[in-house]
Design a protein around this ligand. Structure first.
Ligand code: PMP
Length: 416
């Protein structure tokens, strides 16, 4: 039973988990034994429709047959060589095909590692130290970016992050290019780092021209725009947010989907920038598991399915259906709310009318949302346990799943 295993886990792991959000699942954290398609099964044999989907990577759903077959076929040949494989080349060909801003790339293992390396690369390339980020954007557990604004001052949001580091990080509000403009006027900025769609305070969409303005400001000031497409890459379209919004980046970070559910991430840019990385340049990056053969295979075959089926339209339709019924349910209950959705990702904010940045997102009633999530889990639907995360719909979700989810939402929302 999950509850007994969780009690034991509390002995071994801080908070009983290996990543904090997992501790937030109510009524208690889940221990999963298997998953297939849109469904996840707990150790006690409880079946749930899953909208967490590994927090983003599983765009094809759990345990996709085609990816599974490829992984099985290749793992028998060994799984770590400390040398090159043709799979990393094939995956690089695909990524560079869909991301015109990427000529060369470096594979690493996690989004956090990709962003850490991207910042080091931007600093090494520009010879500058300071960076600008946006309140509410999350880029992984990266010291320089684990900051928040408090009374006009930038302070760490994690203990253990030195305040000295904060002198090099500036924070603006999402959708406010004028803040970025005024900082770049007076200071030498190495990089502006942004999630093209915020996905870690719930979902917050960029306003028209925001991303384009950032690219322009960066270009005019000799800084680099780092678009963190760890979530949006291959999610909004094959060419990610860059294709979707028709915008450019100097450096792109990818993760999640490019490993097909196995650990992989990447930093990509034009040759001139990428060649600053070791061994061709002097900005250090290395990794035992970089371009792990099995992750490369899983990513490659995931992208092949996306190319072959081009399921974006279908996934959007099904998500829109879910979102539109969710709206109806909340309206009928007379609740104030905002739902922000783009393609197959969305989040609902309760007791607010509109959310355009992190300040507005934080005004939403998360306690109510947590209650809703708990009620959903009890009724067999796994949704993000807190409103700062994102619902992900996958290719494996069917109209039947959506119908069950809507019926369940109707019942579960009675508690809020
Ligand atoms: N960037 C973004 C936009 C993310 O959402 C995340 C994690 N959800 C990361 C980076 C960090 O990725 P990882 O958890 O693989 O380190």
């Amino acid at each position: 039973m999950s509850i007994e295993l969780y009690k034991e886990a509390l002995k071994f792991f801080p908070g009983g988990v290996n990543s904090p959000v997992r501790a937030k699942v109510r009524p208690h954290p889940l221990f999963v034994s298997k998953a297939k398609g849109s469904r996840i099964f707990t150790e006690e044999g409880f079946e749930l429709i899953d909208y967490i989907m590994g927090y983003g990577p599983l765009i094809l759903g759990h345990s996709n047959e085609y990816v599974l077959e490829a992984v099985k076929n290749n793992v028998v040949n060994g799984w770590l060589y400390g040398n090159q494989t043709k799979f990393e080349l094939e995956l690089a060909r695909k990524i560079t095909k869909y991301y015109p801003s990427i000529e060369k790339l470096r594979f690493v293992n996690s989004g956090a590692e990709a962003v850490t390396t991207a910042i080091r690369l931007a600093r090494g390339y520009t010879g500058r130290k300071e960076i600008i980020m946006f309140d509410g954007c999350y880029h992984g557990a990266v010291d320089s970016l684990m900051v928040k604004e408090e009374g006009g001052e930038v302070v760490p949001y994690s203990h253990g992050v030195p305040e000295e580091l904060m002198r090099l990080t500036h924070v603006c509000q999402f959708n406010d290019p004028s803040c970025v403009e005024s900082i770049t006027k007076n200071r030498e900025i190495a990089a502006i780092v942004v999630e093209p769609v915020m996905a870690n305070v719930g979902v917050v969409l960029p306003e028209k021209d925001f991303l384009r303005d950032l690219y322009k400001i960066a270009s005019e000031n000799g800084s680099l725009l780092i678009l963190d497409e760890v979530v949006t890459g291959f999610r909004l379209s094959l060419g990610g947010a860059q294709q979707y919004f028709n915008v450019k980046a100097h450096i792109t970070t990818l993760g999640k989907i490019i490993g097909g559910g196995f650990p992989a991430a990447a930093i990509g840019a034009k040759k001139e920038i990428m060649d600053f990385l070791t061994p061709s340049g002097r900005v250090f990056n290395a990794g035992t598991f970089n371009a792990h053969p099995i992750s490369m295979v899983a990513g490659l075959y995931t992208i092949e399915v996306l190319e072959r089926l081009n399921p974006y339209h279908e996934m959007r339709k099904i998500t829109e259906e879910l979102v539109s019924d969710l709206r109806k349910i909340l309206e009928e209950r007379g609740l104030k709310f905002a739902v922000n959705q783009i393609e197959s990702m969305f989040q609902v904010f309760l007791d607010v009318k509109e959310v355009k940045n992190a300040i507005e997102a934080r005004k939403a009633n998360n306690d109510k949302y947590i209650k809703l999530a708990e009620e959903m889990v009890k009724r067999g639907i796994l949704i993000p346990p807190v409103n700062t995360e994102t619902w992900f719909v996958s290719l494996a979700h069917t109209l039947d799943d959506i119908e069950i989810t809507i019926k369940t939402l109707k019942k579960a929302s009675e508690v809020i």
